[in-house]
Design a protein around this ligand. Structure first.
Ligand code: FNR
Length: 318
């Protein structure tokens, strides 16, 4: 069944934070689609796919025993796999590698980190439209899954629209725009006003708005400003994943407990679980729970903070 990108609320790709437990929680709270963290093409190509028969969890593991991607069949119909790439052939190989476990392929064209830019990936593709076009066209024509891409805005609306129209012409199914330029930091205010001219010019595919959506009223505000089709949320979901539910935010402690239980159930790597919990509290570093988290060294320590010791005993971790 082909996935639809229109009128959706979406968990954004987030390295380390958007791993399996966070994606499953986002879906339970009502996210329509979830993106994997960016995974570089060569890493996934070099991985071997293994299925854990007991849990059903699918792992892509490389020869150093690093797990590069974990997923569960329950998320497949709403999961988009994001590739970091600068090469049309490697992008295709990466997409084909994970094809049976995901419903769409996204190309990261927004990451401003040195590692990405130096490799010609992420935001470097914004200034290399021929390469970007070749990557998207190869994926659209040959990967057999819907293809999307996520960009940042350029310095002017005109340049951004020109790029968006080129991207639209490749046959991709949706375009996500993070409303900051490559040099702007997360603390700089996003430019919601960029969405309207993009929506007016990109008419054949849904435009997904991303940037500074921190509560449900922001979704309404962005839609009123721009008639954008879909919404993608990163930090708002990182700090409280119940943002996907329309009934008000749950207290952080409750979110942390749900996250830990989910992480235990799916045998999430402890270091990733602790890291994500710290990000959940990143806007509450004075909180006692945050200080206890900093000191935690094991699942036992985490469970003690939230009185989950008996839960941990009942659900064995490997
Ligand atoms: C990100 N972002 C990001 N973007 C992307 O395309 N691929 C990725 O893997 C990541 N990783 C990532 C990790 C973390 C921890 C954060 C906070 C962000 C960027 C993200 O998807 C989004 O574009 C920006 O954060 C802007 O959206 P918000 O945070 O204003 O909703």
């Amino acid at each position: 069944m082909s996935i639809s990108y229109g009128n959706k609320i979406i968990l954004a790709p987030m390295v380390r934070v958007g791993t399996l437990p966070m994606r499953l929680l986002a879906l339970e709270f009502g996210a329509d689609l979830v993106y994997s963290p960016e995974i570089v093409d060569k890493r996934i190509i070099a991985s071997e796919r293994r299925v854990n028969k007991a849990t059903g969890i699918i792992e892509y593991i490389d020869e150093k025993n690093s797990i590069n991607f974990r997923t569960h069949p329950s998320e497949k119909c709403r999961l988009i796999f994001q590739i970091g790439t600068s090469d049309p052939e490697l992008a295709l190989q990466a997409a084909l590698k994970v094809k049976e476990d995901v419903s769409g392929i996204d190309v990261n064209c927004g990451c401003p980190k040195k590692f990405s830019i130096q490799g010609g990936m992420g935001a470097a593709l914004l200034t290399d439209p021929d390469k970007l076009k070749a990557i998207l066209t190869n994926l659209v024509e040959n990967c057999g899954l819907p293809v999307t891409c996520k960009i940042r805005m350029l310095e002017t609306a005109e340049e951004t629209i020109k790029l968006c129209k080129m991207i639209e012409s490749t046959g991709i199914k949706a375009l996500a725009i993070h409303c900051r330029t490559k040099n702007e930091r997360p603390s700089d205010k996003g430019h919601w006003e960029i969405f309207k001219p993009i929506v007016e010019n990109v008419k054949s595919i849904p435009v997904i708005a991303n940037g500074d959506i921190f509560d449900r009223s922001d979704i309404q505000k962005v839609k009123e400003l721009s008639a954008v089709s879909s919404i993608m949320i990163a930090r708002g979901a990182q700090s409280n994943v119940s943002i996907f539910c329309n009934e008000g935010l749950l207290p952080k402690r409750e979110i942390a407990i749900m996250y830990i239980k989910k992480a235990i159930n799916i045998h999430n790597n402890y270091a990733n679980t602790k890291y994500t919990l710290m990000q959940i509290y990143a806007d509450s570093v004075k909180d006692n729970e945050y200080h206890a988290l900093v000191r935690a060294k094991s699942y036992e320590d985490l469970c003690e903070i939230y009185s989950l010791q008996s839960y941990l005993k009942e659900h064995k971790l490997r």
